[in-house]
Design a protein around this ligand. Structure first.
Ligand SMILES: Cc1cc2nc3c(=O)[nH]c(=O)nc-3n(C[C@H](O)[C@H](O)[C@H](O)COP(=O)(O)OP(=O)(O)OC[C@H]3O[C@@H](n4cnc5c(N)ncnc54)[C@H](O)[C@@H]3O)c2cc1C
Length: 404
């Protein structure tokens, strides 16, 4: 008889896990997937493109209903799991359905952080995480709407770009002295700022939000330095927090996220966690690739194999049309690391490579990201780059030809 396996969360990690299990251990498990959102799993990464009107709503769905049916998966969406009993081996949903399990997987993702500012509950203050948010933002953002986006990371930039494209007057407020400071150095961040401004987004750096003002609804964002920015809509994009409360309430060990070992197992027997809700070796990831790698490893283990998840070297691509940005690994360089920099301001191209002990450990590419995956592979593999080094900055074709 099939073993009951319950996956809590119906996002990108869950969909990939089911796909991998179906390939490796179809029939071994009776899989049920529980999703809080009232829809099939979708590609959250594409929400920025949906907001910018670059893809249609139908294009973001990951798998059609038939795909799930064909794999014998019981899908329950629209009601969150509200309790997990690790002794009785049950998951209870908000609609009081109780599902028994032999094994269970937390794949509950993250939620956006809302800054604890005065005025944060005013109508018109939004976050950007799910399809519901995109619908709500779009419903309020017409041509000429004044929008303040708080946060100059990947999400804030993509939201600002999408809204500016829709004709809104967008100001992006960022606390730090450069955009995407966790992925870009000063030079690349400066180029990005100019490109974003050229697309109609006003960028304020070193700007700390003090409060959101308004009587019935949001009217302005007030900065610590006294400036007041008129706003009909505020989008907070200041980071995410893992959804780990359900696991914590079940007695599972939780730190920032749900703590897992290299086998993606939590502290509770037969319970696992993958994706943004998981904390592995002290790290909670906020990108989809680690979630996919974790899903593949967990599926192999659930199929009886010995797979291990060693962690992921992160790489980031910004999805602002016409602005190509890539960053991976240690892009600033630890003490003692060397740097190769190629900068052509006229062409708007910047490439920086950080090298330590004859290995590429980080890279930033701005303006031309054609060979990003090759550089990422060099970083991940840790192979010596001595023979490529002279031409490394000029791209794969040249470097490989010279090394041959
Ligand atoms: C606008 C945007 C753009 C992004 N762009 C990129 C990008 O370019 N590159 C990149 O790598 N990543 C990007 N990301 C991040 C990426 O989407 C996430 O890393 C990925 O979705 C993580 O997958 P997950 O399954 O862990 O979480 P999610 O996809 O968030 O899925 C978790 C699901 O679990 C559900 N859930 C939570 N609690 C419960 C409960 N108690 N019961 C039932 N269901 C529950 C949630 O509602 C959600 O549907 C972007 C994210 C956003 C919002």
């Amino acid at each position: 008889m099939s073993e009951p396996l319950v996956v809590i969360g119906n996002g990108m990690a869950a969909a990939r896990l089911v796909d991998e299990i179906a390939k490796r251990a179809l029939g071994r498990y009776a899989v049920a997937v529980i999703g809080e959102e009232p829809r099939l799993a979708y590609n959250r990464v594409l929400l920025s493109s949906l907001l910018a009107d670059e893809v249609a709503a139908a294009d973001v769905e990951l798998k059609p209903a038939r795909w799930w049916r064909d794999r014998g998966v019981t899908l329950r969406y629209g009601a969150p799991a509200v309790a997990v009993d690790v002794v009785a081996r049950t998951v209870t949903l908000a609609d009081r359905t109780v599902l028994g399990f032999s094994k269970a997987v937390f794949a509950t993702g993250s939620r956006p952080i809302r800054l604890g500012l005065p005025g944060r509950e005013l109508p018109g203050v939004m976050t950007f995480r799910d399809i519901g948010d995109v619908d709500a933002i779009r419903a309020r953002a017409a041509a000429g709407t004044r929008v303040v986006v708080i946060g100059g990371g990947l999400l804030g930039l993509e939201a600002a770009h999408g809204l500016a494209k829709a004709g809104a007057r967008v100001t992006l407020v960022h606390l730090m002295d450069r955009l995407m400071e966790r992925q870009l150095d000063d030079v690349a961040a400066g180029m990005l700022r100019r490109a974003v401004e050229a697309r109609g987004v006003e960028v304020l750096l070193g700007a700390e939000t003090a409060r959101i003002a308004g009587s019935q609804r949001v009217e302005a964002v007030e900065l610590r330095d006294g400036r007041s920015l008129p706003a009909d809509l505020v989008v907070m994009a200041v980071g995410i927090r893992p959804n780990a409360e359900l696991a914590a309430a079940a007695g599972v060990c939780v730190n920032r996220g749900i703590v897992v070992d290299d086998g993606l197992a939590t502290s509770a027997e037969g319970l696992f966690a993958i994706g943004e809700c998981a904390e592995h070796r002290g790290q909670c990831y906020g990108l989809v690739e680690p979630a996919y790698e974790q899903a593949a490893v967990l599926a192999r283990r659930l199929a009886g194999g010995p797979a291990r998840y060693p962690g992921t070297v992160l790489a980031t691509n910004l999805k602002v049309s016409g602005v190509d940005v890539f960053s991976a690994g240690d892009f600033l360089g630890q003490p003692g690391a060397e740097q190769i920099v190629l900068h052509d301001p006229g062409l708007g191209v910047y490439r920086k490579f950080v090298i330590a002990q004859d290995r590429l450990i980080g890279a930033v590419l701005y303006g031309d990201t054609t060979d990003a995956l090759w550089y990422l592979e060099l970083i991940r593999s840790g192979e010596p780059i001595g023979r490529l080094r002279d031409d490394l900055a000029f791209g794969r074709a040249l470097a490989m030809r010279a090394a041959a």
